[in-house]
Write a protein that binds this ligand. Structure first.
Ligand code: RP5
Length: 171
């Protein structure tokens, strides 16, 4: 499993299964693009509950600052992690079932009061990373500047496409 640990990994990405890996790759790519060190592990709330409990309970003292939990079906991974730590947890619902991921989404987003899990879109892998980066950027000006530059590049990309469309329509 991919591990970009430099000793201090502010972001930990937990996958409920190896079968989630392809969907989570844009999350890894985005964290790499911003130069944010991360660690990634496959752990399951129902298949390896002890490992998840141990990881989540010690994550804060180990230097993790935000946790991304990717899971599908009855996706209790994020909530289970959040129950063991006060670090912010971002849930990434994976479209891995016959229900098109709606089961994953609702399992993650509908946390009972007291234990929040911030939830991105079904298969919203890149946004999970961006949200984690935004949290880190609250106390990291360099990262905040990178986010601003990224937004600017995105804006310019859309404007360029619009200009191309206008040219096409004029033909
Ligand atoms: C969840 O169940 C995983 O996150 C995965 O999305 C889904 C199916 O897991 P596998 O049966 O493919 O291992 O725990």
């Amino acid at each position: 499993m991919e591990n970009h640990s430099t000793g201090a990994t502010p972001v930990a990405v937990i996958l409920g299964s190896k079968s989630d890996l392809e969907t989570v790759k844009p999350c890894f790519d985005t964290l790499k693009r911003f130069g944010v060190p991360f660690e990634a592990h496959i752990m399951s709330a129902h298949r390896t509950p002890g490992a998840v409990s141990s990881f989540a309970s010690s994550a804060k003292e180990n230097g993790v600052r935000v946790i991304i939990a990717a899971a599908g079906k009855a996706a209790h991974l994020g909530g289970f992690i959040a129950a063991h730590t006060t670090l912010p947890v971002i849930g990434l619902p994976i479209k891995s079932s016959t229900l098109d991921g709606l089961d994953s989404l609702l399992s993650i987003v509908q946390m009972p009061s007291g234990i929040p899990v911030a939830t991105v879109a079904i298969d919203g892998s890149a946004n999970a990373a961006l949200l984690a980066i935004e949290m880190l950027a609250l106390s990291d000006n360099e990262l905040a500047d990178k986010l601003t530059a990224d937004r600017k590049a995105m804006e310019e990309g859309v404007m360029k496409k619009d200009a191309e469309l206008q040219s096409e329509l004029c033909l």
